[in-house]
Design a protein around this ligand. Structure first.
Ligand SMILES: Cc1ncc(COP(=O)(O)O)c(C=O)c1O
Length: 396
């Protein structure tokens, strides 16, 4: 499909057509898996020209990626509305690569208090050793509060909206205005929003996705992407990624491209099922609160309505305060259709205790009850609801 047609089509149409190789592979619908380290050049001049273009999807050696990577890169850039994308081996690598692309010794970084745990971990451990200081901030800050947090040496304002455990939404345009006025880059983990939040329309410079989740969709691969919307940012991210030796398996890229073809359908079904179940959970006496940005009861629902075109199927619940942690474990253990495990975005439903497993240092994250994260998969809604009902009854 020619580029100028993309914006005129719906998400499902674009996910069917993006990243196809077309006539380049004799008309086969899907790109091939190109595995390889060595790339041969016809002569020395061709090798020299290739080296000069190494940030431009030009194959000089396997670590620069190949046609399967590039098909996925173009597809993810299309999903997020960015100009260029870099694929790396995990979602966590996609978090770390841009942090290290923009931060050096003596710099300051801002991270939301509800940030994905391993992102907090690198900021609190290795980055400290490298002389980079991080302040964890209340994710719900407004523009003035963000402006007050930014120091002359703040180079990165990291965001994640909603936070993937407790689902606070951030006012990304306001945060971006404050950051850009003071020369800081805005990085965002947009895994929850996927295509429902268009990061570059809201002031984000670098968008991170754990493709492991809905893009993969089948809980069988790990992959990450870093998407940008300027050549300058692309060069910075690409240089950091290749300097650190990041790479992703072309087989996994191929599986991610396969996942993309059905993602719109899966997301639509999972989003609807999750909202139905979240609304039902809100009516249960054992549940104090449901943490789902698409519900009117969510504290930042107005931001969801303003900035998002839809939701995914990951949300949280807060149990009534009369239940303690052992009760919460009993509830999760009693579920038969919800696996107990990390990750999300696959075809299977999951439940994960969060109280006691998340670190906060900025005084946020008090919900007045035990919290559980719920991921809704592709099972029948009636079956999932019945399972949750028997689990809640087990609480007494
Ligand atoms: C919000 C978020 N970002 C990033 C990641 C990291 O992805 P991966 O598991 O592919 O390293 C995860 C994984 O759970 C996540 O939930």
């Amino acid at each position: 499909m020619p580029d100028d047609q993309h914006s005129r089509h719906g998400f499902s149409t674009r996910m069917s057509h993006a990243g196809r190789a077309g006539v380049r592979i004799h008309g086969f619908v899907n790109p091939a898996v190109h595995r390889g380290s060595t790339v041969l050049h016809p002569d020395c001049a061709a090798r020299r020209d290739g080296a000069a273009k190494r940030f431009d999807q030009h194959m000089t050696y396997g670590t620069q990626g190949g046609p399967t990577h590039y098909a996925l890169e173009d597809t993810i850039a299309e999903i997020e509305g960015g100009s260029r994308c870099t694929i790396v081996g995990t979602g966590l690598a996609a978090v770390v690569v841009p942090l290290l692309a923009y931060l050096k010794a003596g710099d300051h970084c801002l991270m939301p208090d509800n940030v994905y745990g391993p992102a907090r971990n690198i900021a609190s451990t290795m980055m400290v050793g490298w002389g980079i200081e991080t302040t964890f901030y209340d994710p719900t800050v407004d523009e003035a509060a963000m402006a007050a947090l930014i120091r002359p040496n703040t180079k990165v304002v990291y965001t994640e909206s909603p936070g993937s455990h407790t689902f606070e939404l951030q006012d990304i345009p306001a945060i971006a205005r404050a950051a850009h006025a003071r020369g800081a880059k805005v990085l965002m983990d947009n895994t929850w929003g996927i295509h429902n939040f268009q990061p570059f329309r809201h002031g984000v410079d670098v968008s991170i996705q754990a493709l492991t989740k809905y893009v993969g969709g089948h809980s069988d691969i790990l992959l990450g992407s870093v998407t940008v919307n300027s050549d300058e940012d692309h060069r910075a991210v690409r240089a950091a990624s290749s300097t650190m030796g990041h790479y992703a398996s072309p087989d996994d890229c191929w599986l991610a491209l396969r996942g993309v073809r059905t993602m719109a359908l899966r997301l639509r079904a999972q989003e609807a099922a999750a909202i139905e179940i979240a609304q039902w959970l809100e009516r249960q006496p054992q549940v104090k609160q449901v943490l789902h940005p698409a519900l009117p009861s969510h504290p930042q629902h107005a931001l969801f309505k303003r900035d998002f075109t839809g939701a995914c199927s990951l949300f949280g619940i807060v149990l009534d305060p009369r239940y303690g942690q052992e009760d919460m474990f009993r509830f999760v253990d009693s579920l038969t259709l919800f696996g107990i495990g990390a990750s999300w975005g696959g075809f299977e439903s999951l439940a994960l205790p969060t109280t006691g497993f998340i670190t906060r240092t900025a005084g946020t994250g008090e919900f007045g009850g035990q919290t559980v994260r719920i991921h809704i998969g592709l099972e029948d809604v009636e079956d999932l609801r019945a399972d949750l009902a028997q689990g809640l009854r087990a609480l007494g």
